[in-house]
Unconditional design. Structure first.
Ligand SMILES: Cc1cc2nc3c(=O)[nH]c(=O)nc-3n(C[C@H](O)[C@H](O)[C@H](O)COP(=O)(O)O)c2cc1C
Length: 321
């Protein structure tokens, strides 16, 4: 099998993955992360399989847009209907993704109410069906890409033995464990002791399954030390990239304001080229990632925030440099 998870596994150090983040990790953001400090692996935003298998396919499918340089790239999917998982998995193989990941961790009320994502922690029957149908879809397409799940340590309470134990019996290639329960949302620190328990269970039940730990990693060094403590094979970083855009780099990096403005400009230009004039306002949330920690940062950000379009923002940046 063409198993990217096994390829990334290293003896003495963890591999690093950029976390899937809705409205953040689109093709533009991923291309910028590669420029700044490339991780070993990236994942798309979650893409709804039921929406993909409906007349709304075109809009939903935009989240699957990628360029070759973003590889290895995993497509993350979620939804309710196992038949749609199968259909979508078949297409994803054809699109060239390095693997498929199923979201069983999103805690958002509307999603959970439907029975999707983290609700599957309480519905093992549906979880098993979704996994087997997705696998069937990969096989339908004649594909040999790996299948993984991203989830949490439990629903109301940590429940690694039963929930992660169940997942470890599903013959998955990898499991990403976010060290919080569904109930905890993002309100308490991630519990890496529970992640370490998941690793011990893996060693007993399914040694070939790769375990990735996730939650609150704000630097590469911290990720490495948490990996050492917990025994995970890989570390997934989400919000930490906003704290330090060079987080995946092995050598400490700190660029000057001029260079960060140049990167910001490249981000805006690439965004405009990729999405046209759309999605401009949400783009502003990335400004802080580039313009932070310099004298006068907050004044510069306030100025840039007033921009009304891509062109406007690019002009403003040019005037600062
Ligand atoms: C804005 C945002 C969007 C997210 N979207 C997704 C998603 O689409 N799929 C997913 O599995 N997790 C999603 N997450 C959860 C992250 O992947 C990650 O599990 C969580 O942020 C904890 O990791 P961190 O502390 O490194 O950020 C999202 C998180 C954030 C902050």
């Amino acid at each position: 099998m063409n198993n990217i998870w096994q390829k990334l596994k290293k003896e003495n150090e963890p591999f690093f993955v950029l976390a899937p983040m809705e409205d953040v990790t689109d093709t533009v953001f991923r291309q910028m992360v590669i420029k700044l400090s490339p991780p070993d692996l990236m994942v798309t935003e979650f893409v709804n399989a039921d929406g993909y298998c409906s007349p709304g396919r075109e809009a939903v499918g935009r989240r699957l847009r990628y360029t070759k340089k973003e590889q290895p790239l995993i497509a993350q999917i979620w939804g309710l209907n196992p038949v749609n998982y199968r259909q979508m998995a078949k297409d994803l193989v054809g699109m060239g993704f390095a693997g498929i990941d199923i979201n069983m961790g999103c805690p958002v009320k509307d999603v959970v109410k439907k029975g999707a994502c983290s609700a599957m922690i309480l519905n093992h029957e549906l979880a098993a069906l979704v996994i087997s149908e997705t696998r069937a879809g990969i096989l339908d397409a004649g594909g040999d890409i790996p299948l993984s799940v991203k989830t949490r340590i439990g629903y109301n309470e940590p429940d690694v033995t039963s929930w992660i134990g169940f997942l470890l019996k599903q013959n998955l290639d990898a499991i990403t464990v976010h060290g919080r329960t569904r109930k905890q949302m993002s309100k308490v620190p991630a519990d890496w002791q529970e992640i370490a328990r998941a690793v011990k269970l893996r060693d007993k039940l399914s040694p070939q399954t790769v375990i990735v730990g996730n939650g609150d990693v704000m630097s590469r060094a911290q990720g490495e030390s948490l990996a050492k403590m917990s025994g995970v094979d890989g570390v997934m970083v989400g919000r930490g990239i906003f704290h330090d855009p060079f987080i995946f780099s092995k050598t400490a990096k700190k660029a000057d304001l001029k260079l960060m403005l140049k990167y910001l400009k490249q981000h805006i230009e690439l965004h405009q080229k990729t999405w046209g004039g759309e999605k401009f306002e949400p783009l502003k949330k990335f400004i802080k990632m580039y313009i932070s920690g310099f004298a006068g940062s907050s004044e510069i950000r306030a100025k840039l925030f007033a921009a009304k379009s891509h062109v406007d923002l690019i002009k403003m940046i040019d005037n600062i440099v």
